[in-house]
Design a protein around this ligand. Structure first.
Ligand code: 3H9
Length: 693
């Protein structure tokens, strides 16, 4: 074996040369990897004894893409295009041997090889769209030539990782080889090619599937229309589509130029910067500086959930989905039965949509046991309390749990805002108590806010984060403060949205601005969906706020056909003259002459106080880092990924601008508003929020 450089080797076995890349963790196409490919192929071409060349990787995966950490830095060594040209123009067959994932630039390298073999567990994909990009190394021109336009559209706009078997069926992989025997299988395949004198198959020269789609712009129009909702606000899906159109309508080299132009445009834009930032943020969020990776974990084999309502049932599904048995405790048989039947219905609906086998519905339901007795939780390893959001009730539950549950178990509360330290104080083991704040619907929403109390042990924190990962959530760690990271920032926005109603904006004006910004809905549509009566009671209602008046009129949101909006039978919203009248009356009472509030002001008044609150959360060390705040808002509240979260957005706008505007608006921001000293300091020093670590 001859080392080509620190990450690449070349060996020759008989008449087959094998180039092996070994650049952990994912063999990304850093400059040494590109260099290794380039020089390895050149050497193998020059060796007259070599008749075929295999490109294979060590470690967990084939090349998983360009090295994202190199983006924006000056290029070194051979470019990816030069390495690919060396492969494609080789006078001997080059075979990509794929295991793990061939993604992005990795698949693009494989597409310049003349043949591809893979083990069944391998997957291929062009996930650049999820980084706000498009495949910029010929993938947009080569993939449709091999799999056809429709499949390429699907793969490139979703970024999905397609299993090898499917890749084989669609012609992307030429042969599947036995699991664990990739190297031998690839060499055997290479020898077969040589023996049969098979031609050098260059994907760039394939044309059949392009001709079939030429002159059919409706294929693209329909695809855009069918996915309009999913692609809303994102640039990258549209740019990917345009590249495939170019593949269909332009000669290969022209198509490559189109790809280059559109790739550079995306690469230099803020959307891709945001999406790349989120990629790393999602990996960073698991890292807790004072909780080392080798912190002992508590094995969670059995979970107890208190409360079988919407929240408790949804939480239970997460555990049943990964095979962990759950005991659900309720106070009344009727509530328990209702809770379990809702869970069953949810599973059955998933099965009807073909996303779960009918027999698995029963298997998952069999993991759920109901009980009316807290004692049934005695031997659980983790208990999650999901009862009514009331401190006294929660403390009572925890005091009881303390007496019942075995030592060493995690005692978690699903509170969305209450003080976890106070809840912990009801027990004799505050080190076991933690917040695990799921978002509704808990079986769907990806975010889990893990809230560490002052006394929570490291092992309980590590276990809660790890179980979050196991059930497919993205877990962000928060300290204790009212509302934690997510709802505390939400409150800052709610206060402004409410205040602007009294100044002259209508709920639909405010919602529109936030929807256009990229959120799934604005604050008033969200209230209507959740129900205006959350936390409202008829007995104590005093017509003191717009919400109270709406509730008193039985306008409690979508479910009653009216809230801030009016709703038709299909729950389509219309601006409501009733609400408008109520708002005008409140404004008049407050002595405000209504004024026109610009869309710019609405946006800044909603978003900049959120940024300010995020900065306060950072200075109080409630969040570890700015990107954790962004993870919370992207995954729990639908902040558009292409804007990177409120903290990243602030950096894009520029902190001096944000601070100047907050100062300008200060008289309107209400008595609770306090400008964050950290924000002011960073702005003055020319720094960014995302620099805070
Ligand atoms: C591209 O290819 C552009 C081209 O079209 C054109 C160019 C001209 N670069 O996810 P994990 C790191 S764009 C650098 O935890 P897993 C990651 O940060 C690229 N680093 O592992 C982490 O580091 P750390 C298109 C990367 O087993 C570590 O590797 N490709 C890259 O759960 C482990 O990652 C993609 O978008 C990279 N490309 O999942 C694929 N990828 O340990 C992106 C990973 O310090 N990658 N790292 O936190 C993935 O989807 C997953 O990493 C993968 C493995 C499925 C491969």
């Amino acid at each position: 074996m001859a080392a080509l450089n620190a990450v690449a080797d070349l060996t020759v076995e008989g008449d087959v040369a094998i180039i092996t890349l070994n650049s952990p963790p994912v063999n990304a196409l850093s400059s040494p990897v590109r260099e290794g490919i380039h020089s390895g192929i050149a050497k193998a071409i020059a060796d007259s004894a070599v008749k075929a060349i295999v490109l294979i990787c060590e470690g967990r995966t084939f090349i998983a893409g360009a090295d994202i950490t190199e983006f924006g830095k000056p290029p070194k060594g051979p470019s990816l295009a030069e390495a690919q040209k060396m492969i494609e123009d080789a006078p001997k067959p080059v075979i990509a041997a794929i295991h793990g994932t061939a993604l992005g630039g990795g698949l693009e390298v494989a597409l310049t090889c003349h043949y591809r073999v893979a083990v069944p567990s391998a997957k291929c994909g062009l996930p650049e769209v999820n980084l706000g990009l498009l495949p910029g190394a010929g993938g947009t021109q080569r993939l449709p030539r091999i799999v056809g336009v429709e499949k390429a559209l699907e793969m490139m706009t979703s970024g999905q990782h397609v299993p090898a078997k499917q890749c084989h069926e669609m012609g992307l992989v030429d042969e599947l080889v036995a699991e664990g025997e990739l190297r031998a299988g690839a060499i055997a395949f290479a020898k077969k090619l040589v023996a049969e004198n098979r031609p050098l198959k260059k994907v760039r020269d394939l044309n059949d599937k392009m001709i079939a789609a030429r002159g059919k712009p409706e294929i693209f129009a329909e695809f855009r229309k069918a996915n309009a909702r999913k692609f809303r606000g994102f640039l990258a899906p549209e740019y990917n589509i345009r590249c495939i159109e170019a593949a269909v309508n332009q000669p290969f080299d022209e198509g490559m130029k189109t790809e280059r132009t559109l790739f550079m445009e995306l690469m230099q834009g803020t959307q891709s910067a945001a999406q790349r930032y989120v990629f790393f943020a999602e990996r960073q969020v698991w890292k807790i500086p004072d909780v080392p990776e080798d912190t002992p974990l508590i094995p969670v084999r059995k979970v107890g959930i208190i409360g079988a309502g919407t929240m408790g049932g949804g939480i239970a599904m997460n555990f049943a989905n990964v095979g962990i048995p759950v005991t659900l405790v309720e106070t009344k048989q009727e509530a328990l039965d209702r809770g379990l039947s809702v869970v069953r219905k949810n599973y059955e609906n998933t099965a009807k949509r073909g996303r779960l086998k009918m027999e698995d519905v029963d298997k998952r339901m069999a993991l759920l046991t109901g009980s009316l007795d807290l004692n049934a939780l005695a031997d659980c390893d983790m208990i999650i309390e999901a009862v009514f959001e009331n401190m006294e009730i929660k403390k009572e539950v925890f005091a009881k749990l303390d007496k019942i549950v075995k030592q060493g178990a995690v005692l978690a509360t699903n509170t969305s805002a209450l003080n976890v330290n106070e809840i912990a104080s009801a027990t004799t083991r505050p080190e076991a108590v933690i917040g695990m704040h799921f978002f509704s619907p808990a079986n769907v929403m990806r975010l889990l806010e893990v809230v560490r109390g002052d006394k929570t042990s490291k092992s309980v924190i590590a276990t809660s984060m790890q179980i979050g990962k196991k059930i497919g959530k993205i877990a962000a760690l928060s300290g204790v403060c009212p509302g934690f990271i997510g709802n505390r920032i939400l409150r800052a926005r709610t206060l402004q949205a409410q205040a602007m109603l009294l100044e002259g904006a209508m709920p639909w004006d405010i919602d529109k601005v936030l929807y256009d910004f990229g959120l799934p809905m604005g604050p008033f549509a969200m209230s209507d969906l959740a129900g205006l009566d959350i936390g409202w009671s008829k007995e104590t209602s005093k017509s003191a706020t717009i919400r109270e008046v709406l509730c008193e009129m039985d306008r409690r949101g979508q479910k009653t056909g009216g809230g801030y909006y009016d709703y038709d039978e299909q729950r389509n919203a219309r601006p409501s003259p009733v609400t408008e009248k109520i708002i005008r009356e409140f404004a008049a009472k407050a002595g405000n002459a209504p004024r026109t509030i610009t869309e710019q002001e609405i946006l800044e008044r909603c978003v900049y106080p959120m940024i300010n609150e995020g900065a306060r959360i950072l200075e109080e060390k409630i969040a570890i880092r700015a990107s954790d705040v962004d993870i919370v808002w992207i995954n729990g509240y639908g902040w558009p990924v292409y804007r990177g979260g409120p903290m990243f957005y602030a950096d894009i706008v520029g902190l001096p601008t944000v601070v100047a505007k907050l100062k300008e608006y200060a008289p309107k921001l209400g008595p609770e508003f306090v400008l964050s000293p950290l924000l002011e300091k960073l702005a003055a020093e020319g720094k960014r929020l995302s620099d805070v670590k």
